[in-house]
Design a protein around this ligand. Sequence first.
Ligand SMILES: Nc1ncnc2c1ncn2[C@@H]1O[C@H](COP(=O)(O)OP(=O)(O)OP(=O)(O)O)[C@@H](O)[C@H]1O
Ligand SMILES: [Mg+2]
Length: 375
Amino acid sequence: MATVTFDKATRVYPGTEKPAVDQLEIEIADGEFLVLVGPSGCGKSTSLRMLAGLEDVNGGAIRIGERDVTHLPPKDRDIAMVFQNYALYPHMTVADNMGFALKIAGVNKAEIRKKVEEAAQILDLTPYLDRKPKALSGGQRQRVAMGRAIVREPQVFLMDEPLSNLDAKLRVSTRTQIASLQRRLGITTVYVTHDQTEALTMGDRVAVLKDGLLQQVDSPRNMYDKPANLFVAGFIGSPAMNLVEVPITDGGVKFGNSVVPVSRAALSAAADRGDKTVTVGIRPEHFDVVEHSGSTSGALSKDAPAGLAVQVNVVEELGSDGFVYGASKVSGEDKELVVRVGGRSVPAKGSELHVVPRADELHVFATSTGERLTD
Ligand SMILES: Nc1ncnc2c1ncn2[C@@H]1O[C@H](COP(=O)(O)OP(=O)(O)OP(=O)(O)O)[C@@H](O)[C@H]1O
Ligand SMILES: [Mg+2]
C-alpha cells in the first residue's frame, strides 16, 4: 500500500499550448479512495494516465509512496488499471482472463490458481471461473475486469469510468460493490468519473477538475456544504444549486421582497472586489415556502408577500418529496429556480409560490471572480 502525490504535475500534449492538466496538486493518503470528477475534456483521464505512466509528465512530479515515478515505465510503478472498455479476451475463460497478467509475469500455475480463486471469492465469481466472457452479464464482466486488477495485488488501483458501459441500475449496485471492496482491500484507489453522484457516493474525497485546473479537493460532505467557487457549486448536487445574482443592501442581499442577512465579512469582501452584486447559491432543499399574506417576517413592505414569487412550470413528484421547476423574476431578470417541497404538499402546475432562502444555508460567491465569500 502507498500514498500517491501529484506534485504540480502538468501535461501539455504535443502541438498544443494550453496544458490539458495544469500543475495538479493532490496528496492521496494510503488506502484512500479518491475520485477525480469533472465535465468532458477537463483532464481526468490525462491525470490518471500520467499516474499510470501512459502519458508523459511535462512539469512537476508524481510519487507513489516515497518513490518518484515521474519517468518510470508503467510496468515498474506497481499499479493496476481498470478501463471503461475493459476488453476481456473472448476465447479465454474467466479464470484465464483474471490470471493472464500473472502468467505473463512468469508466476507458476499453482500460485496463479490460488490468487484467481481468492479474487473470485471476493468478487462472487467462483461459479463462473470456467465460463467464457460472452456467457456473463455486463456486471459480471465488469467484476472480471476488477479481478484482473486485484490478482496483481498492486500498490494502487486506477479506474477510468469503469461503470459507464453498465445500465443505470447495475451501475448503482456495482458502484456500491466497488466501494466496499476497495475498503476491504485497503488499496489506494484513484477513480475517474464524470458523474457527480458517483463521485459523492464512492469517494473518501473528491477532486473536481475544470479545464485542466483543480477546483477543490474535499470530502463529499464539504464539497456539498461548502463549494469553493461557482463552478463547483453548480456541478456538485442534483438537481443543481440555484445560482442567482442579487444586489447587495445594508446587512444582506435583496431577494425579491425580502432582505436575507449575509455576514459583514462576505459583503465587505464583495465590496473589496468592486462588486455591486453577489451571486447567491441556494440548494433546492433550502427554500422555505411562505404564505401568500404579507405577514411573514422579513418582508420589505406589509402588503407585498415575502420572498420571491415563483410560477410553477413543472413538478416532479418523487413520492417522499417533490421538485418544483419554476420561473421567477430576480432583479428584473427571468430566472429558472428549482425548489424542493414535501411529498404531500406539491403545488399544482401553473400556481404561484413564494419562497425565501434560509439565511444560514445561503452560499455567497463573488460575482466577478466566482470565489466563495461565506465561510
Ligand atoms: N492525445 C492527445 N493529443 C492532444 N490533446 C489531447 C490528447 N488526449 C486528450 N487531449 C485533450 O486534453 C484534454 C483533456 O482530455 P482528457 O481525455 O484528459 O479529458 P477527460 O476529462 O478524461 O474527458 P472525458 O470525460 O470526455 O473522458 C481535452 O481537451 C482533450 O481534447
Ligand atoms: Mg476520460
